[in-house]
Design a protein around this ligand. Structure first.
Ligand SMILES: Cc1ncc(COP(=O)(O)O)c(C=O)c1O
Length: 378
């Protein structure tokens, strides 16, 4: 099948009710993921070793497809219960100072804090508070010194929608420090050079439409050199079940795992990843960018301030509206059947490639009918 028709097929799978603009929080399961759940449940119900092996094979597929999307060898991939689990393996095994914005999603900030507390002085957070919460090379450069061993950063910030420049961040920290990237809000929807990062974590329950339990994490050779697998469990020994022996963690990325994953979750992840790969990330990114442009145009036309970046290279799928009176606008959107996230004084709107014109029209109409003079500062 050609890429164009594969992408059209992908768009046709967005079969939910119009009004859904909350992909940055949660992605309704795709039809193929839903079908996979039933098929795998039947296979697991049979008890036949060959059927069980078919489901178990999805673990290999998930790692391979994630590795393809990241453009790294599949041995460097692990599956995890969540993105945060991957970050825990990375941050609890580090020492020195780790730069991070204090405004990061708690998967980074709280995990770093907990890891520092557990380290009894070996690891310390180096919090930065950059302007607008944007983790730029300049903001990182200001915080760098000889004690800094790593930078932990979201590729796309959950709140501001700002897309960090991974290549520039790598350049500024140099080759000897680790770059740890939370790619939850970018992997599968944004093409980027993920190979510049040593640790990349993601999950399947938003943009991949695969539900919870679908985390994954990549550990580069440099990461494996420098991160002690302190949370390694019996699934991390890289061999048969270690009964009556206490082997060291595996020498490959599997050291950063605890035990066998939930097969049904990994099967969903494998399908979610492969659907995106078949559709083509570049196509997904293009369609998503057009929808973000359309939402920016709607916001501008109604005079609603926008706090997320407008430059296509510095954004992904998040538009952060900052109306003067967020509560009535939030209520108007909810009443009109628009699903979005209100947090503090902002409303986060997040389309996907398959968001329909009907959904965008509903957004436009909901804002218009609510009376936009209530929301603007002009
Ligand atoms: C940037 C970012 N990282 C991590 C997470 C949470 O990931 P998980 O639940 O897989 O740990 C989210 C969820 O919203 C997020 O936006």
């Amino acid at each position: 099948m050609s890429r164009v028709s594969a992408f059209d097929d992908f768009l046709a799978t967005f079969d939910g009710e119009p009004g859904y603009l909350n992909w940055a929080a949660n992605g309704p399961l795709s039809p193929s993921v839903r079908a996979e759940v039933f098929a795998d449940a039947d296979l697991l119900g049979s008890g036949r070793p060959s059927s069980l092996a078919l489901v178990a094979d999805r673990i290999v597929q998930a790692k391979q497809t994630a590795a393809e999307l990241l453009d790294v060898p599949s041995e460097e991939l692990t599956v995890q219960p969540s993105a945060t689990h991957g970050l825990m393996h990375a941050l609890f095994g580090l020492s020195g100072s780790v730069i991070s914005s204090s405004a990061e999603f708690p998967s980074i900030s709280l995990t770093l804090e907990r890891a520092a507390q557990a380290s009894r002085g070996d690891l310390s957070p180096r919090w930065i508070d950059p302007q607008d919460g944007h983790v730029t090379p300049e903001a990182v450069a200001e915080a760098l010194d000889a004690d800094v061993t790593a930078l932990a950063v979201s590729h796309v910030d959950f709140r501001t929608g700002f897309r960090a420049d991974l290549t520039a961040l790598r350049e500024v920290i140099g080759p000897d420090r680790l770059l740890i990237v939370d790619a939850v809000q970018s992997l599968g929807i944004i093409e980027a050079d993920y190979t510049v990062a040593d640790v990349v974590v993601g999950h399947g329950y938003k943009w991949l439409r695969a539900g919870r339990g679908t985390g994954f994490a990549r550990f580069s050779p440099a990461a494996r050199d420098r991160i002690v697998p302190v949370l390694s469990g019996f699934g991390g020994v890289g061999g048969p079940l270690p009964v009556d022996e206490l082997p060291a963690p595996a020498s490959d990325a599997s050291a950063y795992t605890v035990n066998a994953p939930d097969q049904l979750a990994v099967a969903r992840l494998a399908v979610g990843l492969s659907d995106i790969r078949e559709a083509g990330v570049v196509n997904v990114e293009g369609a998503l960018a057009a929808h973000v442009d359309a939402i920016l145009e709607i916001a501008d036309r109604h005079g609603i301030p926008v706090r997320s970046p407008r430059d296509r290279t510095r954004r992904a799928g998040i538009v952060t509206l900052a109306p003067e009176h967020p509560a009535p606008l939030s209520a108007a959107l909810a009443n009109a059947g628009i699903v979005a996230t209100t947090r503090g004084d902002t409303i986060r709107v997040a389309p996907h490639a398959g968001t329909s014109d009907d959904t965008l029209r509903m957004l436009d109409d909901a804002i218009a009918s609510a009376g936009n003079e209530k929301f603007t500062s002009a």
